[in-house]
Write a protein that binds this ligand. Structure first.
Ligand SMILES: Cc1ncc(COP(=O)(O)O)c(C=O)c1O
Length: 372
């Protein structure tokens, strides 16, 4: 039995009729760029998150960038984030003209280690971006406490954390704003690129709305230098349908994670993910850690098990960010994780038999000594 890493067709098959109908409505209305379908999705997504406002934009990267711009982050500013993330978190900072400053992650949760924050701060620090990696929120209370004491803007990178929660509150509503990606493979995925910012701050949301629409407050009346960052009507219509099924999908992911955890948790050669006591983890990615990762990946691939690596190179060791001037062995937890991470198949429609097949194959890899 082969097990794919991800199977979007399995997710879309039962929803196909509903989605086609939603797309037909957009075609009939002609509201393709921004417009009423985006507004409806924004309302639904804000309600789902328990936030006051959601602003639909073109991607998660754009959500991060526009939120930082709207918060006034610019040249000369420093923004603290983590090396253990997708490069978009850092790119958004750079494209504001600011500089990313990195702090290491906690070895249990793989999210920002709050105890590292103070020492990374300078007079130029203006914002902090914790990343809710793999679907688990960062430890927000201590991060917020430190940031609030300094008047810093806290932007959650919730691009992998749709429906995750921290002490009962949804990811994306804990800081000043939260950013989401609706890249197709995400827990809530569009039929192309899309993203959103969620916030309770009325002035901030207004500014993001203006910035995403060429800085205009009404047609051809431009008060700011903005950008074309509108969400597509078709993406909004698809997302509205899929949002209704997100919770069910997250519950299935959590069940698969617990099946993986029970079966693999006691094996010495495999480190399974830890769900913090404060967290509702939604397992966008189920990442284990193994030594000799390449051999393990080869073995799994040979048995028809689709695995991934998120992410093989921490930000400071990418060629793009060599200019940060960090030592390659800086941020040792992030560096170690980047060398060890293996993402196992994870999507709601996996069957218990498929999870069992992945488990058995991982055990065979251990028994065969490929990670010795
Ligand atoms: C942690 C994180 N931040 C930012 C992004 C960027 O989102 P997008 O691909 O929608 O631009 C992603 C998406 O892959 C992500 O996983």
């Amino acid at each position: 039995m082969k097990v794919p890493f991800l199977n979007l067709n399995a997710q879309h098959a039962p929803l196909r009729g509903e989605i086609e109908e939603a797309i037909r409505e957009v075609i009939d209305s002609g509201a393709f760029a921004g417009g009423p379908f985006v507004a409806k999705f924004e309302e639904d997504f804000a309600a789902f998150c328990g936030g006051r406002y959601a602003i639909g934009v073109g991607s998660g990267t754009e959500a991060l960038w526009l939120a930082l711009l709207a918060a006034g982050i610019g040249p000369g500013d420093e923004v603290i984030t983590v090396p253990n993330t997708f490069i978009a978190t850092a790119e958004a900072i750079t494209f504001c003209g600011a500089t990313p400053v990195l702090v290491d992650v906690d070895p249990q949760t793989y999210t920002m280690d709050p105890s590292e924050l103070e020492q990374a701060m300078t007079a130029r620090t203006k914002a902090v971006i914790p990343v809710h990696l793999f679907g688990q929120p960062a430890d927000m209370d201590p991060i917020l406490e430190i940031a609030r004491a300094r008047g810093l803007f806290v932007l959650e990178d919730a691009c992998q954390a749709h429906g995750a929660a921290y002490k009962g509150r949804k990811a994306g509503t804990l800081g000043d704003a939260g950013c989401f990606s609706f890249y197709p493979g995400k827990n809530l995925g569009a039929f192309g690129e899309a993203g959103a910012v969620v916030t309770n701050d009325s002035a901030l949301q207004e500014k993001i709305r203006i910035l995403r629409d060429h800085g205009q407050v009404e047609k051809y009346h431009h008060t700011l230098i903005g950008w074309n960052g509108r969400m597509d009507g078709i993406q909004a219509a698809v997302l509205r349908v899929k949002l209704r099924h997100l919770e069910e999908g997250n519950r299935a992911r959590r069940a698969h994670a617990s099946q993986y955890g029970l079966a693999l948790g006691g094996i010495e050669e495999i480190i399974t993910p830890v769900c913090a006591a404060y967290a509702r983890h939604v397992y966008h990615i189920y990442a284990i850690r193994v030594h000799e990762r390449d051999e393990f990946l080869r073995f799994m691939a040979g048995q028809g098990i689709g695995c991934g690596v998120h992410y093989p190179v921490p930000i400071h060791n990418t060629e793009a960010y060599r200019s940060l001037g960090c030592r390659s062995d800086a941020f040792p937890v992030s560096v170690r994780c980047a060398g060890d991470f293996v993402s196992l198949p994870m999507f709601p429609e996996l069957t218990p038999e498929q999870v069992e097949r992945v488990v058995q194959t991982a055990k065979e890899a251990v028994a065969a000594g490929v990670m010795a």
